[in-house]
Design a protein around this ligand. Structure first.
Ligand code: CP
Length: 304
């Protein structure tokens, strides 16, 4: 595994191996001094052309916890503003000796293109509405911690499915792990032709939540919606917000996830986000260990 762009070519065995390394990384993060020298002398560049809090910070911390040097590039304050191209930007950074690029872009396919422009490893930190593989990895890891092996488990993903790279990557990865994935949202925010990676697609919230082993709420991607497809927040809340009463349709104690950022009291009731069934902050915490594992596997070519 040289790059992480999506899950094409992945097997369950590879996911298991990566999660084993992530559990070892949880051990590192539980120590008083949360650092090992595994990647000492290596350089990781985070290159974000779109805003981020969780992905960027957790990748930068993950690299530092492994002893790597970190270069943090932000499109908004760079020579991109003077007209430099993305290709020239990445090749300029590569000339400093970067070993891994962590790239987020509004346009789909930029991380794939980058693999042709630079020799270093490339990690997709979210490209348009196409893929966000490390988010799906940390979601699956967190789900396994909470409800055990995912084979045969019903996972309901609720919200703006059409514009969500998280929905796509989760459908791909959770499907690979044998889960039964349901994608549910307002009809204008559902994929028009079929679903993703064999997931079931419905506009019927009750059908998707009934007997679910876990529920994941997604943000409406206002920045990616075009052509007046956006339902009003009021309408969305009335029909699709995850409330205590709606969550009662799922299995007792079924956990609630949200990849963030969250619009409080829109996708889910604020009290649920802070409640005992919420794994929202556990997802954030696990993001660091999972991203440490990804960097370790890509840069050292083996499991911990
Ligand atoms: N979930 C996620 O990708 O969050 P950020 O946009 O804050 O990185």
């Amino acid at each position: 595994m040289r790059h992480l762009l999506d899950f094409s070519g992945w097997t369950r065995a590879r996911v298991d191996e990566l999660f084993q390394t992530a559990r070892a990384m949880q051990g590192v993060l539980a120590r008083p001094i949360k650092q090992v020298p595994a990647l000492k002398g290596r350089t990781v560049a985070t290159v974000f052309f779109e805003p981020s809090t969780r992905t960027r910070i957790s990748f930068e911390l993950a690299a530092k916890r492994l002893g790597a040097d970190v270069v943090s590039f932000s499109g908004a304050t760079s020579s991109l503003k003077k007209g430099e191209s993305i290709k020239d930007t990445l090749q300029t950074l590569a000339a400093y000796g970067v070993d891994a690029f962590v790239i987020r872009s509004a346009a789909a396919g930029v991380p794939h293109q980058a693999t042709r422009w630079v020799e270093a490893s490339v990690i997709n930190a979210g490209d348009g509405r196409r893929a966000h593989p490390t988010q799906a990895l940390l979601d699956a890891f967190t789900l396994q911690e909470a409800i055990g092996p995912l084979k045969g488990k019903k996972i309901a993903i609720v919200g703006d499915i059409l514009h969500s790279r998280v929905a796509r990557s989760n459908a791909e990865l959770l499907g690979l792990l044998g889960a039964e994935v349901w994608l549910v949202g307002p009809p204008p925010l559902l994929p028009r032709r079929g679903g993703f990676f064999g997931a079931r697609v419905t506009a019927e919230l009750k059908e998707a939540l009934k007997g679910a082993d876990a529920v994941m709420a997604l943000r409406i991607q206002k920045e990616r919606v075009s052509g007046g497809r956006l339902p009003s927040e009021e309408d969305y809340r009335a029909r699709y917000q995850i409330t205590e009463a709606r969550l009662a349709l799922a299995k007792p104690d079924a956990p609630l996830l949200h990849p963030g950022p969250m619009n409080r009291d829109v996708e889910l009731e604020g009290a649920l986000a802070d409640g005992p069934r919420s794994l929202v902050l556990r997802q954030v915490e696990n993001g660091q260990a999972v991203r440490m594992a990804v960097l370790y596997h890509l840069l050292l070519g083996r499991a911990a």
